[in-house]
Ligand binder design. Structure first.
Ligand code: 21W
Length: 251
């Protein structure tokens, strides 16, 4: 997958694209980045990229000229297999795992990152295929959202995660939160690892983990239980948990 990123702050992306799993995906040619500084496309002698909003109001708006030219330049490099142009925007569709899975099927994505109070609407109307938000909170620009999106999509691409880090297991959780994890030592400053995990009884361990997942979800994200895929065994475990916690299902 190829990402063309348009930003006023290209330096923000350098450590991200060279580190850890993303860095490895680049080294293995699974993903590729081209990063463009929008300021390089400013035609005026001061390289100014923003201006006051027509109609008044606070803040500055990114002007159309550098963005039209930058997008024309990037898009002109594609003959077929046209990229999807995604504008990182607080007004966008909210990123979820399902949205990431859908977009992971694309081969070329242009990511437009705004800063200041946003970009001239004509850029959106002419070039943008999709607006994407990463959640309902206010940031200072689209760069961190772009990295969140890239991170989320990249780990879904074939060959990015090793078998140790596999995404197969998490897709089996059926929309529940995960179970608690432990590593050595068995006893750290008197804080102990649950006995069942040391037992070697894999059937018991699997049941314990599933029950912990259900308990975690019930206590931290009860909203997820509504949509979760629950087996008959899960429903029995959940009933047992409610008994133990003395939760009245009718309440
Ligand atoms: C913050 C841009 C506030 C615009 C009148 C009309 C990209 C983001 C961003 C930012 C405004 C994302 C205005 C979650 C985010 C982003 C910067 C408001 C003012 N006045 N996902 N418009 N949260 N944020 N514009 O903030 O660019 S994806």
């Amino acid at each position: 997958m190829r990402f063309d990123i348009l930003t006023l702050f290209p330096e923000l992306f350098e450590p991200f694209i060279s580190t850890s799993i993303i860095g490895r995906a680049v080294a293995n040619n699974i993903i590729e980045f081209k990063i463009y500084n929008i300021r390089d496309f400013a035609a005026n002698k001061h390289k100014q990229v923003d201006d006051y909003p027509y109609g008044g109001g606070a803040g500055m708006v990114m002007a159309p000229q550098p963005l039209y030219d930058a997008l024309d330049f990037v898009l002109s490099k594609y003959q077929e297999d046209k990229p999807k142009v995604i504008y990182m925007s607080p007004q966008g569709r909210v990123l979820t795992q399902a949205v990431a899975a859908e977009l992971a099927g694309l081969s070329n994505i242009v990511l437009l990152c705004g800063h200041y109070e946003g970009i001239d609407q004509r850029v959106i109307d002419r070039y943008v295929d999709m607006e994407l938000s990463i959640g309902d909170y206010v940031l200072t620009g689209g760069e961190l959202p772009a990295m969140v999106f890239i991170d989320c999509v990249t780990r879904l691409l074939p060959g990015v995660l090793g078998s140790q880090e596999s995404i197969a297991e998490e897709s089996h959780t059926g929309g529940l939160l995960e179970y608690p994890q432990y590593t050595r030592p068995q006893d750290y400053k008197g804080d102990k690892v649950p006995e069942v995990l040391l037992s070697g009884n894999h059937k018991e361990i699997t049941t314990w983990r599933r029950k912990q997942s259900l308990l975690n979800t019930l206590q931290k994200r009860p909203d997820l239980l509504e949509k979760a895929e629950l087996s008959d065994d899960d429903k029995k475990l959940l009933e047992a948990i409610r008994q133990e916690l003395m939760i009245d299902p009718e309440a």
